[in-house]
Each structure stands twice: as C-alpha cells, then as structure tokens.
Design a protein around this ligand. Structure first.
Ligand code: DGT
Ligand code: CA
Ligand code: CA
Ligand code: ZN
Length: 585
C-alpha cells in the first residue's frame, strides 16, 4: 500500500473514533500516525515486512505497528472496518461538510441515525433537525448552505489555475491607494501540487483600523466574485466563479511577518516552530512573536525577523512541511534550492508533426527567447495513433528536419541554441518500445513513456517499465507515474524498484512540469535523489507558450530539496549529452 492510502485509513479511523466519543488520547494517536505515515519518505508498507522498523517511526507504538502490518497484508484494518460497519462509509463524507465536526455528526447520528449528506439534507428540509439541542432555524439554514457549497465547490485546484486567480486578484488589490504589499500565503506559496483555497494577505497604510473598512468594501466588490461567504472587520472570504475559495486578510505592517509565516503554513511546520518558540521562552501566533517573561513584543513585520529571533535562517516556503527543514535551518545547512534561472534547456516537447501546435523552428525560437541553450524535440511514436505518432520512416525524416533546423539556427544565432533530435517513444503493454533500435540509436534524447494499459496489475506494470528501460537507447523515463492530477491516479507499480534500476542504468527520471502531471511528485523526487538517480525537468510542451510551465515543475523540485546540481538540464549542452546515458558501442 502507498503511504497516502495507509494515512487516509488511519485518519478516517481518527474521525470515526471522534464521532463515537472515544477517548481523546486514542483519537490523537491515530491522527499523529496518519501524519507521520503521510509525510514519510520511505514506503511504510514495505517497512511492515519488518515491524521493528515501524517502531522507529516517531509516534508509532506496538498497537499502531500491528495496524499497519494488518493493512499491508490484508488491505483492511479491523477497527476501521468495525467503525464503518457501525456507522456507514458515507459518514466520512458528512465530516467534510463546512462547519461540520465529529461532535455535530455524533449529534445527528445519536438522535436520528443520520450518516450521509443526502440524509441530512432530507432531514433538514423535513424540519426534523429543528428540535435537536443546539440547533435552530438559523443553524439549519447554515447547514443547507454548507451542503450547497460543498456540492458546488468540493475539490482542489491545479497549481496554474490557482496561481492565475491569485495574480489577477493581486493586481486588482494593488490598484487601491494605501496598499503596499499583497502576498499569497497558504499552499500556493508553498508550491503544493494542488491548492484547496487561496490565502491572500494585504498590508499598507490603508489597513490600519480606522481605514480598513474601505479596503474590505473594495475586496468585496471584486467583479469575479461568485458569492460572498463572509465580510468581517479585516477579512473577506468568497468563492470565485470556478468554485475556488479565497480568504483575504488585511493586516497592519507590524504583524505582516507573523501573519505571513502563520498563514503560509504548513500546519505541521507551524506546530513545530511554535514548540521551538516556547522552548526558547517565546510565544508565536499570527499577530507577533512575544517574549513570555515580560510580554514584550518582538519585531514581527517580516518573516526574516521572526526566524532570526528563533536562531534560524529564513526557510523557503516550499520546504515548510516539517520534514527536516527546521533542524536544517537551525544548523544553517538549508540547501540553495534550484531556481528557474538555473535551467538551460527543456528535453521533452512536441511539434505539429504529431499533436503539437508549432514547428521545430518556432519551438526553438521560443526556447531561445526564454534564455535556453538547447531543447530536444520529442514527438510521439506510432502507437499513439490519435496523435499522428511517427513510425520508423517518418521518425527518420523528422530527425533530418530537426538536424537541418539545428544547423540553420546555429549559423544565424551564433550557436546560442542547440536542437537535439529525440522522440517520446511509447512503452507497449509488454514493455517493448514501438520504434526499432536502429532508429532510436540516431536520437540524442529518447524519452520512454507509458500511455496505455494503465490498469495492469502492479507486478506486471513494474516488469513492463523495467523491461523498457533495459533498452540501451532509453535516456529518460517520461512522466514516470502516469497520474493526471485531480483526474487519474498514478498507475500501480513499484516506484522504488524502478528508480533503483534507473539509477543503476543511468536512465534519467523526468519531473514533468505540466501542471496536470507534476510527476515524479515531491516525495518520489526526494527518493530519486537519495537513490542516486539522474533527474531532468521538462515541460512536455505542445505549444510555444507551454514552455513557461517550467516554473510549476521548479516548485516541485524545490519541495524535494533539490539544488541546481541535482538536475541535468541545468548543465551546458556538451555536459548534458555526456551525462545522459551514453549509447552502447
Ligand atoms: P490548502 O488550502 O488545503 O491547499 O492548504 P493550506 O496549507 O493553504 O491550508 P489552509 O488554507 O487551511 O490554511 C492556510 C495556512 O494557515 C496553513 O497552511 C497553516 C495556517 N493554519 C490554518 N489553520 C490552522 C490551524 O488550525 N493551526 C495552525 N497551526 N495553522 C493553521
Ligand atoms: Ca489555502
Ligand atoms: Ca484558507
Ligand atoms: Zn507523454
């Protein structure tokens, strides 16, 4: 089982225990275990083969280890099953309604045996909730509104959509006089692969108490607002038309750093940071860092001041997940993370010869405009018929065209950009490739990818990918897990076994910067580095404008603690070609 799956069952168990009014120590132990498993960089399921190793994880005792072993062996966990049988699986959905905690859910269950969103909606409409303790017409109306919102807005958003919405709103806010800074906090600032809601912070002379009301009104008048959720003294919450929720907070300059730190999160990072503050004799909240001894408020206008007061280097937001960054910062050994400016080329893109929209030359010019020194043209191969994929003969013609454009541009542009012939060759169901070795041998960059038969059993999928990378011409494993964020799960396979073999063979693993993919994800990228894999980051562009999507990939590399030297396409072209798996003699 994947860590995410194990964590989910543990966290559901915690929720259901809470509905059943179990003791709080027990509930907390499941919550903590879920967090530990979720954020572990090793496969907890694999550790279950040696339960002693499980006990080395923080917060995992004997009982919890036994639960994990049972999950790994049988796919289920007795307590989880018992709780689901006692209530109903739909109870879990009920817990996700806005404003609905385990206590309220328990109230509905005890009185009316209600355990689903549909049942509760029916009961509310039939007036059956009116006589419950702590419940009146106002609460019922709020609940119905919450259900409507949930139905309309459930879900998360792609990183590019969230960023675009944040940029537009920022521009609008900055137009108001008296606003000096608008910053996006929350998961978007941390570069998480998907975003739940936007957390926007605003400051400036207009945000002082006597003036802030005008700012609140300005925010509430933002034209793309679909519905206003709440308008407070210094906070406005609303939904945008696509369903994305936004919380905008107005703050005085002197708390801006404390607020930015707090609302950037993650929650786990904040918890750990607050613990450190307390140990050092301070308290830290969204308003300020305060000395406990005498209540003196320390300068809290910037994050740097707060981290420095706690004896730490400022921590890049992408690292704030409580995965070792606090210790590294205290010891002044945070890595210098990779940046967009470090990238010298892009090794995965398509042209109008298959399903791309632009020519070889247009792609090369667009890359040059972005300061790159090389690209690889990697169109699809014939198995992807709907993309007009290339067979051997067309692939050879395409190589000739790519080389011709490379020569032309070398003359015109003084050798400032190289164009490498390549292919995104399809990994067939049995792990063979759908172009001949003779043709692949003439490509500088062979990216091999899975695009079909996603539901093979894990062993078969693992064997399939392992067979594909044994082909001596494969240089890069493309979008290695096949997931489409918010749409399609990664296919089942043994990621670690594949990464290990890639490292042994010198096959580079791709991080696909296209915001619908973003795989390898941050955790697997960290694992890839630990295993000694070569790593490349590519956009998979199908249009010149897609080359700009590189920045979403960079965010994930940073979340994986990667530095420029950990990534191959930060190298000069000659060195890159040397480092890519050398072709056999
Ligand atoms: P999201 O929106 O689900 O993609 O993820 P975040 O991280 O943006 O979460 P969100 O919007 O609920 O909260 C934004 C930040 O505010 C979060 O990263 C940390 C902080 N925060 C929110 N609620 C709490 C809380 O109950 N305790 C602590 N320590 N921090 C919180
Ligand atoms: Ca958020
Ligand atoms: Ca939020
Ligand atoms: Zn592909």
């Amino acid at each position: 089982m994947e860590n995410r799956q194990i964590a989910q069952i543990l966290s559901e168990t915690a929720d259901l225990l809470e509905v059943s009014a179990a003791d709080s120590f027990r509930i907390r132990s499941y919550r903590r275990a879920a967090e530990v498993v979720e954020s572990s960089t090793v496969s907890v399921g694999l550790l279950a083969a040696e339960p002693k190793k499980l006990l080395e994880l923080p917060g995992i005792g004997k009982g919890m280890a036994a639960n994990i072993v049972q999950l790994e062996q049988t796919g289920t966990m007795t307590l989880h099953e018992e709780l689901l049988a006692r209530y109903k699986p739909s109870m879990l959905e009920l817990l996700r309604l806005p404003g609905m905690g385990p206590k309220t859910v328990a109230l509905f269950w005890d009185a009316l045996q209600i355990a689903s969103v549909d049942e509760i909606e029916a009961a509310a409409r039939a007036g059956k909730l009116d006589n419950l303790p702590r419940f009146g017409a106002k609460q019922v109306a709020k609940l119905l509104q919450g259900i409507a919102d949930y139905r309309k807005h459930a879900g998360r958003f792609h990183l590019d959509d969230a960023e675009m919405a944040a940029d537009k709103l920022t521009e609008y806010l900055q137009r108001l006089p008296g606003i000096t800074r608008v910053t996006t906090a929350g998961s978007l600032r941390r570069g998480r692969e998907t975003v739940g809601d936007l957390d926007i912070l605003v400051t400036g002379p207009a945000c002082v108490p006597v003036k802030v009301n005008a700012v609140v009104e300005h925010v509430a008048a933002y034209p793309p607002i679909a519905d206003l959720i709440a308008k407070g003294q210094n906070k406005v919450s609303f939904h945008l038309r696509q369903g994305l929720q936004v919380d905008v907070r107005m703050l005085p300059e002197e708390s801006y750093g404390a607020a930015l730190q707090y609302f950037t999160g993650s929650k786990l990072h904040n918890v750990a940071l607050r613990q450190r503050a307390i140990k050092m004799g301070y308290s830290l909240n969204e308003y300020a860092l305060t000395r406990l001894e005498d209540g003196a408020v320390l300068p809290s206008g910037s994050e740097e001041e707060i981290y420095a007061a706690l004896g730490m280097d400022w921590i890049p937001p992408e690292l704030r997940e409580n995965l070792g960054e606090i210790e590294a910062s205290v010891e002044h050994r945070l890595p210098r993370l990779i940046e967009q400016a470090d990238i010298r080329g892009d090794l995965h893109m398509h042209t109008s010869e298959t399903d791309g929209k632009n020519t070889i030359r247009e792609m090369a010019e667009a890359a040059l405009a972005r300061g790159y020194g090389y690209i690889a043209i990697t169109d699809h191969s014939k198995n992807l018929a709907m993309t007009n994929g290339l067979d051997d003969a067309r692939a050879l013609e395409h190589i000739a065209r790519i080389r011709a454009v490379d020569r032309e541009m070398a003359n015109e542009m003084d050798g400032r950009i190289r164009i490498f012939p390549g292919i995104e060759v399809d990994i067939l169901a049995d792990g063979t490739l759908d172009l001949s070795d003779e043709v692949l041998a003439q490509m500088d960059v062979v990216v091999a990818s899975v695009h079909s038969h996603f539901s093979q059993p894990a062993e078969q999928m693992t064997a399939r990918i392992l067979r594909a990378i044994e082909n001596p011409y494969v240089r890069v494993l493309g979008h290695p897990t096949g997931r489409l964020l918010l749409r399609r799960e990664a296919y089942a396979f043994d990621v670690e076994a594949v990464l290990r073999r890639c490292a042994e063979l010198g096959v580079a693993v791709e991080h696909n910067a296209y915001p619908d993919r973003l795989d390898l994800n941050d955790r697997n990228l960290r694992l890839a580095k630990e295993l000694g894999c070569k790593i490349v980051v590519n956009t998979d562009a199908h249009h010149t404008s897609h080359l700009d999507k590189m920045r979403y990939g960079i965010r994930q590399l940073r979340r994986a603690w990667l530095r420029a030297e950990d990534v191959l396409n930060t190298r000069l072209p000659e060195e890159l070609l040397q480092q890519l798996r050398p072709p056999p003699n």
